[in-house]
Design a protein around this ligand. Structure first.
Ligand code: NAD
Ligand code: LMR
Length: 338
């Protein structure tokens, strides 16, 4: 289901830059907020390599001048500009069609994503205030954790500013899909680039719900193996946090996943129909935000494809995730409205 965009990103990455055509491309400004960080830098590199980006706006509270100077020497289409500090946020955001937000602190071993709330909630709130003011029609793709709370924060900020469009605010859960594809492919000896596993729910622990019964190509596992694979996908972020031993969380795989999602948004803005899972305002379950496969188009979410057919095992996972999701959503909304 997701092979189109995954393939597209790898084609973009492998293409010789000299072959990029600019003649029939729509101008697209993409802003990366948190561009100097562990995710921000490789994400910006991948976006600089996409022929769909005409302007790449790199914003952070530190070091963007160096990152921008470095990237600007790459002979691809995107014009790169670095912006540093809140005084330059307006210029960074004006005219942006897509805003990707990886700003905020990452986990250390022993922490949950929710432990990041106290620091990251205000970072996402303040950046959302600026986006609502300077590029209210942009597609907003939030990477900063805890995604289950930061997306509701951004939504409340847009509401307060009278510019809320639930079709344009996304929590990026693409890394869960990328991981599910990889682990299922490894388990079955398949080409990971040809495996597509939808992942629904949210982006933390038991709220991450891989739909292995809907893998394309179709796969099956005995119950104990299915359980272990599901848990590995749910705990994959922690696997990286432990391996990095205090130096951060997933950055390179997240940059890949974030670039895939941003490129999908750009393709959709360019008139292509693209399907991606993302954490959005939703009425498909009791939780008011939920990730499901979405048809993306020029106006953001064109159609929510909903839960689809679930196995009994997956139905149970959804049931178990709802309380945590509701609590995290409420925590974000309360923070934004206090
Ligand atoms: P990092 O510390 O390496 O980088 C964060 C960057 O944000 C830094 O450059 C910092 O200067 C910048 N920043 C801080 N406050 C800012 C502000 N107010 N405005 C602009 N920039 C600001 O962290 P990282 O490893 O890049 O991770 C960033 C976030 O992404 C974390 O919250 C992490 O948990 C999250 N994450 C999410 C996913 C996901 O699947 N959604 C995956 C991996 C990481
Ligand atoms: C991930 O899934 O890798 C991210 O959410 C980062 C983390 O803290 O695990």
């Amino acid at each position: 289901m997701f092979s189109k965009s995954a393939k597209c990103l790898s084609q973009i990455c492998l293409k010789n830059s000299r072959s990029f055509s600019t003649s029939n491309q729509v101008n697209s400004k993409v802003a990366v907020l948190g561009a100097s960080g562990g995710i921000g830098q490789p994400l910006s590199l991948l976006l600089k390599h996409s022929s769909l980006v005409s302007d790449l706006s790199l914003y952070d509270i530190a070091h963007t001048a160096g990152v921008a100077a470095d990237l600007s020497h790459i002979n691809t289409r995107a014009r790169v500009t670095g912006y540093v500090g809140p005084d330059q946020l307006k210029a960074a955001l004006e005219g942006a069609q897509v805003v990707v937000i990886p700003a905020g602190v990452p986990r250390k071993p022993g922490m949950t994503r929710d432990d990041l709330f106290n620091t990251n909630a205000s970072i996402v709130r303040d950046l959302s205030i600026a986006a609502a003011k300077y590029c209210p029609k942009a597609m907003i793709a939030i990477i900063s954790n805890p995604v289950n709370s930061t997306v509701p924060i951004a939504s409340e900020v847009f509401k307060k500013n009278g510019v809320y469009d639930p079709k344009r605010i996304f929590g990026v859960t693409t890394l869960d899909v990328v991981r599910a594809n990889t682990f299922i492919a490894e388990a079955k000896g398949l080409d990971p680039n040809q495996v597509n596993v939808p992942v629904i729910g949210g982006h933390a622990g038991i709220t991450i719900i891989p739909l292995i019964s809907r893998s394309n190509p179709s796969v099956s596992f005995p119950n104990d193996k299915l359980d272990a694979l599901t848990k590995r996908i749910q705990d994959a972020g922690t696997e990286v946090v432990k391996a990095k031993a205090g130096t951060g969380s997933a950055t390179l795989s997240m940059a890949f996943a974030g670039a895939r999602f941003a490129v999908s948004l750009l393709e959709a803005l360019n008139g292509k129909e693209v399907i991606e899972c993302a954490f959005v305002k939703s009425d498909v379950t009791e939780a008011s935000y939920f990730s499901t496969p979405l048809v993306l188009g020029k106006n953001g979410v064109e159609k929510n494809l909903g839960l689809g057919k679930l196995s009994d095992f997956e139905q149970n996972l959804v049931k178990n995730a709802i309380k945590e999701l509701k609590d995290s959503i409420k925590k974000g909304e309360d923070f934004a409205n206090k």
